[in-house]
Design a protein around this ligand. Structure first.
Ligand code: NAP
Length: 554
């Protein structure tokens, strides 16, 4: 294998760098590390002025990860988890950011990252099998491998409400939260959205603001997280068992090392099911989803409805006013068919406070902003500040924003007009040498993300090593393999309860977006096996070759 790491300056074969990676979050940092270890010259472009990705941008009050901290980190380097210690069962945003900053320093990654640099375009050249990547500063860099590490939830979505320009108060989107502290204490605050983000924000800011008005369109099934500090004994136990923890996480559907109590509810009485759910409710977090095998929960309507009803009862128990409780009870979608949120600080109990009120915008839609606040079909709400917790143009938004032009001048936007088409979520026909970490039709958001990210980064790194060793300089998913993979993903999703929810998994949250279920729902364990087999079969379903120019020169 060639050792290509060079001083600043060009490569022997006409490219400026071997690989360009976009994004310096969990994926980009590990991709950089792996490729550098393989001797490649890598440049990372990052829009923010720091590493962190999601955890750099999403710094709203209450931001925390729903995956448990001891598995929401890298597993690839034992030294990293020997040296780092999480303080709580679920990591808070500043601690995750600090972790990623520490990893960047520890692995000496920063010298290869251009911060505050936005990529505005990338064009493939067939003759040389290379990409030219352009930045907003006008820099153009030619690279052999072009790797996106832009995350699945990074392009914020804000509904286009009439009158926002004339609104005289302050407004923020949770995914672009200011770095300075926002003081709510004297403010009448409105928050739109009750997804995972809204629920965290509401729990944190309810009681801190003079008044908080929650504009809810769809209620959710929030399960208690049961957060707590991690004590030294518990941590010692985690460290002693890390090998086993990682093995079980890698070999699981959701990238989490949790056992389930039952595969199905077959043969169990209602009382036995309830007892299992009650025990899991006390454990909290994603352990609740593991009372039964998660794939069964998401495909057996009766079991799912039993669990949904169990949660509905729990919500009613926590909310004093029966009318408010009914508004908070979800009935329009199965449990976990939308990403299930976690309740950290008594989310439902927040609505028992006099200084928190709930507006059901399903019943009474938001009509517009006025200079003083929000007008719904029924009333005007005077607000000093409005917070949009309205989510993201998920899965494809950030990728399409890169303005990628592949073989024959076809753009990714054109190619994905009817929804994303990929092979394994890693490659796309018509876009050679483009690798998309946690791309559409890979397990990504249906898993504990670092597990899915590591699997992708390692697969891509091995693939590139194979190409370098075998003398290939072009790889491209075939049309057939891609069509089959898309069909396979759609079929799996249609046979699950995901199809019964209007979720961002399907693009249903963004008006006008093509609705198609986007992540691969077959489980990280199965997906990993498929990817490994394809690699063993010398990248079955991909065309490997040499650049036209190289072939001609031969
Ligand atoms: P989200 O799940 O898409 O929620 C957006 C919310 O805004 C929904 O309640 C939605 O209502 C509402 N909304 C959107 N447009 C609206 C409109 N025009 N009028 C009224 N309401 C509107 O976004 P998110 O909460 O930011 O979460 C996105 C994902 O990020 C999560 O599912 C999760 O995967 C990830 N996340 C993770 C964590 C964590 O690990 N702790 C924390 C936050 C986020 P509808 O439901 O009716 O569309």
């Amino acid at each position: 294998m060639s050792n290509r790491e060079t001083d600043a300056g060009g490569q022997g074969d006409g490219v400026d760098v071997d690989a360009v990676v976009i994004g310096a979050g969990f994926s980009g940092l590990y991709m950089l590390h792996r490729l550098r270890e393989q001797g490649l010259d890598v440049r990372v472009y990052e829009k923010g002025d720091e590493v962190g990705g999601t955890w750099y941008w999403n710094r709203y009050p209450g931001a925390r990860c729903d995956s448990e901290s001891h598995i929401y980190c890298y597993s690839f380097d034992e030294a990293l988890h020997e040296e780092w210690e999480w303080s709580e069962r679920y990591p808070e945003q500043p601690e995750i950011l600090e972790y990623l900053q520490w990893v960047a320093d520890r692995l000496d990654l920063r010298r290869s990252i251009a911060f505050e640099t936005e990529v505005t375009g990338a064009t493939y050249d067939e003759e040389t099998a290379s990409w030219t990547v352009e930045t907003a500063d006008g820099e153009r860099v030619r690279t052999r491998y072009f790797i996106t590490a832009v995350g699945c939830l990074s392009k914020p979505y804000r509904p286009d409400f009439e009158g926002l320009d004339d609104y005289e108060g302050e407004w923020y989107h949770t995914a672009r939260w200011p770095h300075e502290e926002v003081d709510f204490s004297d403010e009448h605050v409105g928050v739109i959205g009750t997804g995972s983000t809204g629920i965290q924000f509401i729990s944190e800011v309810g009681g801190r603001a003079k008044h908080l008005t929650v504009f809810q369109r769809t209620p959710n099934y929030a399960v208690p997280a049961r957060n707590r500090p991690l004590d030294a004994d518990e941590y010692e136990d985690i460290r002693a068992n890390y090998d086993d923890i990682w093995e079980r996480a890698r070999d699981s559907r959701l990238g989490m090392p949790f056992d389930h109590d039952h595969q199905t509810d077959f043969g169990l009485s209602d009382a036995e099911i309830r007892e299992t759910l009650e025990e899991r409710w006390q454990q909290g977090g994603f352990r609740f989803l593991h009372a039964f095998e998660p794939g069964t929960v998401l495909s057996d309507p009766e079991l799912n409805e039993f669990i949904a009803e169990f949660i509905r009862e729990k919500i009613r128990e926590q909310v004093d006013d029966p009318e408010t409780a009914e508004k908070l009870v979800p009935t329009d979608h199965p449990y976990a068919a939308k990403r299930p949120p976690m309740d950290y600080d008594g989310y439902y109990e927040t609505f028992n406070r006099d200084d928190v009120s709930l507006v059901d915008v399903n019943e009474s839609p938001i009509e517009r902003f006025t200079p003083d606040g929000i007008r719904t079909a029924d009333a005007d709400y005077d607000l000093d500040m409005v917070v949009f917790a309205t989510g993201f143009d998920a899965m494809t938004g950030a990728l399409l924003a890169l303005d990628i032009e592949g073989r024959g001048g076809q753009t990714l936007e054109e190619k994905w007009e009817a929804g994303p088409h990929t092979y394994l979520g890693l490659g796309t026909n018509g876009f050679p040498n483009l690798f998309t970490i946690t791309g559409p039709q890979s397990p990504s958001v249906l898993t504990n993300m670092p597990m899915a990210i590591e699997q992708h980064v390692e697969w891509i790194a091995d693939c590139i090593e194979f190409m370098e060793t075998e003398g290939y300089d072009r790889i491209e998913a075939t049309e057939d393999a891609e069509a089959q993979w898309v069909q396979n993903t759609n079929m799996l999703a249609e046979n699950m309860l995901f199809s019964e929810a209007k979720s961002w998994y399907r693009g249903a949250n963004v008006p006008g977006k093509t609705q198609v279920f986007t992540p691969f729902p077959g489980g990280l364990d199965n997906y990993r096996e498929i990817c490994d087999r394809i690699a063993r079969d010398e990248y079955d379903g991909f065309d490997l070759g040499r650049a036209t120019a190289a072939t001609t020169a031969d």
